[in-house]
Design a protein around this ligand. Sequence first.
Ligand code: PLP
Length: 413
Amino acid sequence: MPYDAARAVSRRTAELGEAAIQHMAQRARALQAAGRSIINLSIGEPDFATPAHICEAAGKAIADGFTHYAPIAGFPELRAAIARKLREENGLDYEPSEIVVSNGAKQAITNAAFATLDPGDEVILVAPYWASYEQIVALAGGMPVVLRTTSEDGFKLKPEALADALTKRSKLLILNAPGNPSGTVYEPAELAALAAVAAEHPRLLVVSDEVYEYFAFEGEPRSFATLDGMRQRTITVNGFSKGFAMTGWRLGYAAAPLAIASAMAKIQGAFTAGANAFVQQAAVAALAGGRSEARQMRDVYRRRRDLVARELAAIPGIRFVPPPGSFYAFPDVSALLPAHDGAQPIGDVDQLCDWLLDQYGVAVVPGSAFGDARCFRISFAASDEALAEGLKRIVRAIATLDHSIARARNAGP
Ligand code: PLP
């Protein structure tokens, strides 16, 4: 009997939104392979090499035989090193038993969602949000509730908006600061106000995704769990991908009250078991090794952020507030759309990003992937040369467009 493999795909998978970031990155790679000159500013991939002492520790760990299964929640020495890091850098007090090491922060968030959500539980996402949150929540059976923010407000969640969104089904609030793609860094008082609202809810847990903690250009990121009453209802997520330039190593972790950490380890045990054994040993070396590389990266990202701001200022009508953290710019181009390039209309930000890639060879990600279709995302984790050339192409491309329809609309009747 002939078998239709396409029909084998589950409804859950078929309904899963496509990951626009990977989609853009893949299209960029395919065009590059076909011989086009492509500048890829789509993915959050640091162009820095992993520091040598971390690579050496991994090599030594392999030679020392760390090539077998690791404990599900991580090696005790790494969990202890993470507990020390959280105490010394973040002012958080966790026992090693409250820490779960995973295959990247992404798996830590997945563990958190599967360990805490029952079908229909509501998960509050602050748009613009990292696109994977929506996918993970959907797979875990949660219901995303999206709260929108604006660039004028620094893409910050307001306590009143949080209070209004809470229902008896609310279970998780996912906060991410410094934010992807927003770059948002909250002031301590702003976080305290959000914590005060969360504290009044009987069920609400907060996932605080702190993977960009070392990349704040203004302000001091603060761990949400340090706020009054929040340790008991926060899952702190972090990882090595961004701060230590270790994206391909796949290592992250979460810290949470014991009952939640144990549930997360149980989920991880069911899906993938312990994270890579020799990478965990390398991570011990990473944490022991100081933060000078992270500070150097932050300074480079700040310089690139300023370059992005200078270049984008050349585009009339674009709304862009330079981000105080992370390595993404998220300009609002809604005042420029719809537009026309003489041959074809460009109706929305998805079409604009496709057009930029096809016609000008520069890959950026439409804001629709992050729950905000007014903007697009430029990653400035790319090299200086690639970023400068990519920005030039964006400015040149947008200058060729006819924006008369958008201008007439903006001028009103
Ligand atoms: N959280 C945010 C906000 C991110 O932007 C990313 C990666 O882009 C991750 C988590 C995933 O990090 P990891 O590579 O550790 O899975």
